[in-house]
Ligand binder design. Structure first.
Ligand SMILES: Cc1ncc(COP(=O)(O)O)c(C=O)c1O
Length: 332
């Protein structure tokens, strides 16, 4: 089986900002991006991206999940990085056009077509360390995918609670930008080697935040607790979807600060569950937490019933097994 995100459709949608306006989008070979080696993005990381999915329904139709929210975040990331403003409607058309072109290649569920809009600063200007790129390029890549945590089955993930460092600078957390992932990588690799964990759960100063590529949710009976939105972490669209579904199921959803102390106190009780949410992760059970040399098993250490129920509720909408009452799906 190939690794998640390593197979690409042979063509992508692309559009260029010349300093004044966006060009009409074109469909070009996926490996045809031409960039000056002095391009702003290659030196000063003027780059952001999105990750969303298109699903094949039982009747053969293709639906894109929460495209509007992903493109709103894309526009916000672009703005916060001082990249040229994107036109969300034009980007949406690029997404729809390229997914339509490769509709036949959208896998059957539980697989999907992962969609990767990307925006980069292209101006050849290595003197602009403290100035924005005046030109840019956005493109939409497609990659058919299966399950991100394939092979894990229903076994929960192992997370290290890290309180001495941050995933990225606090004012950058809500931007989906490459530098944030680069900033977390070294820490994550070292922790994987030392503690045999799957991910770090970043908890700066004891405040439970998120992992390298997913949000963290604690489920204690009918209560769901997750950090309230602020600038320090990514505002996951899966997180928002799961919270909506949990509220509809009558759960008490609490968006607030969660300390390591409270987390460890709650997971010690039987029946507690924890999960990671994200477009790739969907909703993946957390089985073990490592903190200061001690291991804490969450519930049974495996996928719990509430996590499974919430994951199914989300998948049912994405896969067309349940009515899309929130208007989360876009037909192509
Ligand atoms: C750092 C980080 N947090 C959270 C998420 C979850 O966001 P979403 O649910 O929008 O995919 C992601 C992306 O998947 C991420 O990279």
């Amino acid at each position: 089986m190939t690794a998640f995100g390593t197979v690409f459709m042979p063509e992508m949608a692309i559009s260029f900002f010349d300093g004044a306006r966006w060009s009409d989008a074109q469909i070009v070979p996926s490996d045809s991006l031409k960039l000056h080696p002095g391009a702003h993005v290659l030196h000063y990381s003027s780059t952001c991206f999105e990750g969303l999915k298109a699903f094949r329904h039982g009747d053969g139709s293709i639906r894109i999940f929460r495209m509007d929210r992903n493109l709103a975040r894309f526009a916000n990331s672009s703005q916060m990085l001082s990249l040229p403003a994107i036109d969300q409607a034009a980007t949406a058309q690029m997404v729809v056009d390229i997914v339509r072109r490769f509709a036949d290649a959208v896998p059957e569920v539980p697989g999907s077509m992962y969609i990767r809009p990307t925006h980069i600063g292209t101006e050849p200007a290595i003197g602009k360390a403290a100035a924005p790129s005046l030109t840019s390029c956005q493109y939409v890549l497609l990659s058919p995918v299966g399950d991100y945590f394939a092979g894990k089955g229903d076994n929960g993930l192992r997370l290290l609670l890290e309180e001495d460092s941050m995933r990225c600078a606090a004012h950058m957390g809500m931007i989906k930008s490459g530098g944030n992932y680069a900033s977390a990588l070294g820490l994550t690799l070292r922790a994987k080697q030392e503690f045999h964990i799957d991910q770090i759960l970043f908890c700066p100063n004891g405040d439970v935040q998120e992992t390298g590529a997913a949000n963290f949710l604690l489920i204690d009976g009918d209560t769901l607790i997750t950090k309230a939105l602020d600038s320090t972490f990514l505002h996951g669209i899966t997180r928002d979807s799961i919270l909506t579904l949990a509220r509809e199921m009558g759960m008490d959803v609490q968006e607030r600060q969660l300390s390591i102390e409270e987390l460890l106190e709650r997971v010690a009780k039987p029946g507690c569950e924890a999960a990671l949410s994200g477009t790739a992760a969907v909703l993946t059970a957390v089985g073990t937490l490592l903190h200061k040399g001690r291991e804490y098993t969450v519930g049974t250490g495996k996928l719990g019933p509430t996590t499974a129920r919430l994951r199914k509720a989300l998948n049912d909408i994405q896969w067309g097994h349940r009515e899309d009452t929130h208007g989360w799906l876009t037909s192509i």
